[in-house]
Design a protein around this ligand. Structure first.
Ligand SMILES: CC(C)(COP(=O)(O)OP(=O)(O)OC[C@H]1O[C@@H](n2cnc3c(N)ncnc32)[C@H](O)[C@@H]1OP(=O)(O)O)[C@@H](O)C(=O)NCCC(=O)NCCS
Length: 139
């Protein structure tokens, strides 16, 4: 049975290892080091892990930012190990993250994601706000 809980210091090495797997799978994923996770652990609600039999199989992370004086929460990273997908682990992670910040005086949560995940995040009430485009500049 997979459990969802806030991350603690004993998760550090496993989080770094899990993040390397995310980077290996998705080229756009920037692998994070220990410092990133230590920073998030200092504030409640920014880092949740999915654990089964002592192994981490997923995590969600985020941050709180002030933009033009308005604070907002961003959901930054969400990853579930390949062999554990389609078991609603991501759903539980995202719901834990959203619950942690609901009713805490911050009005908005934002995130950036690849277009194919728009439908996934719509299910949690996220709506599309901007479209970011890019092109290659190689000759
Ligand atoms: C995206 C990811 C986190 C989903 O994890 P998961 O644990 O398989 O997702 P869940 O099982 O919780 O899915 C919850 C629901 O979302 C749906 N869903 C999952 N991926 C989806 C997608 N790409 N598009 C639309 N819906 C999706 C599921 O079908 C499920 O629907 P249901 O509740 O009706 O059954 C996982 O595939 C992953 O780690 N991918 C690589 C990293 C990545 O892309 N992270 C997102 C960065 S923004």
């Amino acid at each position: 049975m997979v459990s969802i809980r806030p991350a603690d210091k004993s998760d550090l090495s496993n989080l770094v290892a899990l993040d390397k797997k995310a980077h290996a799978e998705k080229r756009w994923w920037s692998a994070q080091g220990r410092r990133y996770f230590i920073k998030l652990m200092r504030r409640r609600g920014l880092l949740f892990v999915a654990e089964e039999h002592g192994s981490l199989v997923g995590y969600v992370s985020g941050d709180v930012q002030a933009v033009k004086g308005k604070r907002r929460v961003s959901l930054e990273n969400l990853f579930v190990e390949r062999g554990y997908r389609k078991k609603k682990i991501a759903k539980r992670l995202v719901n834990s993250f959203i619950s942690a910040w609901t009713g805490k005086g911050i009005k908005e949560m934002i995130l950036f994601c690849p277009p194919q995940l728009e439908g996934f995040y719509n299910r949690f009430g996220f709506k599309l706000t901007v479209i970011r485009m890019k092109r290659r500049l190689t000759a």
